[in-house]
Write a protein that binds this ligand. Structure first.
Ligand code: HEM
Length: 298
């Protein structure tokens, strides 16, 4: 599994603005239709032959293409949101606050699309889902490598969550690396420390693979920022942009929960949990907990 967007590939046949103008004149404004024996340039860029060969349902059930394709769409969107969040983390670590805020804008849009993907699956009836559920065996989204990668970069760290990936060394290595690095929130806190806010040392350097408990001193720092948003304009924007991201992630979790409740009711999950009860607890988790807590600390 590749955890990030791969290094750029050489462009098959680059075109300059001048080349495009010439082509336009030759084609008389009609779309280009002839590309010889090669896959056309769109197929070459998007890699449609490989991409569109990946939808291989296990049954002939009418609802399974929706389930499989939407699952693959979500996996790609996990990858996109992870990629953007990692970039935000790297900008913050390098003191590029404006760039971090700009990238968060795009991250929110991708996360919003992800949160909206449940509408398709929510239209599956229990009977339609049951037609292919047995064929999923013990498979569950809980085992998704990109979802876990995203949880780790956002700060929900857990060493035990590496275990389902032991059989896939590249996924395991990527996850282990992200687990051991500062999350986007750790980077925000370290950034505040470099801006001379009183951040405790144990939040600036620590074992990043360990989850960190809610910290009153950090909450007090956010309180200073929320108390005077005009003075701390950009930091206040950063805080609220992080909350936007956590809010959208919460919407993804709630919509998953509602969709699952609608489809399987009180049945147990394919991945071994109680199902809806377990998901309800998972939906209680908030990324950047201190930013939620600061709202009620006066
Ligand atoms: C529509 C049918 C679906 C049902 C009935 C369902 C059900 C469940 C259940 C019961 C769990 C808890 C673990 C378990 O026992 O399996 C779970 C976890 C999870 N599911 Fe789904 N799910 C569905 C679709 C999806 C899709 C399409 C995705 C996208 C990849 C997904 C992603 C996840 C993730 C990431 C978790 C783990 C969440 C966490 O660790 O907090 N699920 N799902």
């Amino acid at each position: 599994m590749s955890d990030a967007i791969s290094a750029p590939r050489a462009q098959a046949c680059p075109l300059s603005e001048g080349d495009r103008e010439d082509r336009y004149k030759k084609s008389g404004g009609q779309p280009l239709l002839e590309f010889g024996e090669e896959p056309n340039p769109y197929a070459g860029y998007v890699q449609t032959p490989a991409l569109l060969a990946l939808q291989t349902p296990r049954t002939g059930a009418a609802g399974e293409p929706s389930f499989l394709i939407m699952t693959q769409v979500m996996e790609l969107l996990f990858k996109l949101v992870y990629t953007e969040a990692k970039l935000v983390r790297d900008h913050l670590e390098a003191d590029r606050l404006s760039e971090a805020l700009w990238t968060l804008r795009r991250t929110h849009q991708a996360m919003g699309v992800l949160a909206g993907t449940w509408d398709v699956l929510a239209s599956l009836s229990p009977a339609e889902y049951n037609e292919f559920r047995d064929d999923l065996g013990e498979g569950s989204g809980f085992q998704s490598p990109m979802y876990r990668q995203l949880e780790f970069i956002l700060g929900n760290k857990s060493k035990s969550m590496l275990r389902p990936h032991q059989g896939e060394p590249s996924a395991h290595d990527n996850l282990a690396r992200t687990l051991a690095e500062p999350s986007i929130y750790d980077a925000a806190v370290r950034f505040l420390s470099r801006r001379e806010f009183p951040i405790p040392d144990y939040c600036v350097e620590r074992d990043w693979a360990e989850p960190r408990a809610r910290d009153d001193e950090i909450i007090q720092v956010w309180r200073m920022i929320y108390d005077d948003p005009a003075r701390h304009h950009e930091l206040h924007r950063l805080a609220e942009a992080l909350v936007d991201l956590a809010y959208l992630f919460g919407r993804w979790r709630f919509s998953h929960l509602l969709t699952v409740e609608r489809i399987i009711g009180g049945r147990v999950g394919t991945g071994g949990t109680s199902g809806v009860g377990w998901l309800r607890k998972a939906a209680d988790h908030r990324f950047f907990d201190e930013l939620w807590t600061v709202r009620s600390v006066g």
